[in-house]
Design a protein around this ligand. Sequence first.
Ligand SMILES: *Cc1c(COP(=O)(O)O)cnc(C)c1O
Ligand SMILES: [Zn+2]
Length: 450
Amino acid sequence: MEPSYCNGMGASCCNGMGVLDGEISDGDIDMNYHLSCLNCGKVVEDNYTNACSSGCDALLRTEYGKRLYLKELPGIFKFMDWLPVEDHLPVDSAPITYKSKALASEIGLKNLYISFSGYWPEKGANIRTCSFKELEALPTLLRAKRVGNDTLVIPSAGNTSRAFSQISSLMGGAVVTVVPESCLHRMWTTEETGNVCLISVRGDYTDAIGVGNEIGGLDGLVSEGGVKNVARRDGMGTVMLDAAVTTGILPDHYFQAVGSGTGAIAAWEASERLIRDGRFGDALPELHLSQNLPFTPMYNAWREGRQKLSEEDMHDAESAINMIRADVLSNRAPPYSIKGGVYDALVATRGRMYAITNKEGEKAEKLFESAEEIDVDPAASICIASLIKAVEKGNVGGEDRILLNVTGGGYKRLEEDYNLCEIIPYLCVNKDIEIDDIEIEIEGWVEQHV
Ligand SMILES: *Cc1c(COP(=O)(O)O)cnc(C)c1O
Ligand SMILES: [Zn+2]
């Protein structure tokens, strides 16, 4: 696939801003990066390292070269300079950025840009697992492959596990994924996946994370790392990179629905890198983050100005999670207080949080789908509803440059082109399962498949 700043969008997207013209490099730039601790500043070499060795309660951050040089590589690998990988895959998945006409005029905005991570080939969007989780899977699987032979364990509410299942199958590798039983309908791919060990948990997303953490401690297996994994954050950061190189400048506002907030932290980090680069403006985009009522733990804490989540924020979590339409947003242990996490991102960007009802989400979804003519993930609908609310409240100006992150979509569009392969669980377990009870079966699977 030809690299392009516009993703083949024609005149509607990038207004001829060839800001990086003539600067495509083909590998002559020093690719080295290192990690540094946001608390103590310690510099760490990357051996799939996800935590500071001094035990700091802080994220590690990747330090790259100051300037972003695009590479002539497929998909997000054009941003390889700012990904923690030394290799690429022949996969053309990437976010696209285009200027909205229909939705923008419906809600009265002059400069609304949509970042779409999903399947919409007419616009050049080729993410066949239909969400921005695939942007995390690509660099993470490469990063893990570089340092060792351990098989990754990925707990998720479904979208992440689907993305990792598909990409690891393309790479010929194996993964163990752990998802709540209620999310099994999300476990399909467009590729045959012989090497996915899917474990279904009778519990919610956070229970799946708990079981996944235990499995990650078994021989030959390693936990993928979640928000602490820099490859996940920098992979998602390509949303902001793509927007910046497409429009030539950082947006004033960034809108996203959050469950863990990993994508929001990634947007902030990518913005800081782009400011340091010097060619994309010097103001951090304000983060506008949304959650789905009645499960809105980060919204609750932020509204009260607290840096820590409390018991109250999770009040009646189980029934609240059962009620939300966008259940991929149901993380009960989000990285809100950790140094470099969501709270810090909101403070640094003078951000805001929104709480959106199912009804508002549904209404926004219908409006988006009829205006932009593509189907979207219910989580993206929460974000679209938050934009409508922000306009109503005057939190954004009609002329402001806005980036709306449509984090998933094109499911219906995909089914026109592909037959989906369902992934069948290898084990179904209770949320309070003793790891000893499944250890032999899982290690046996790994021995046979890796
Ligand atoms: C996971 C997900 C989100 C939330 O992303 P976080 O990084 O967990 O906050 C939003 N939309 C979709 C479609 C997702 O799959
Ligand atoms: Zn440290």
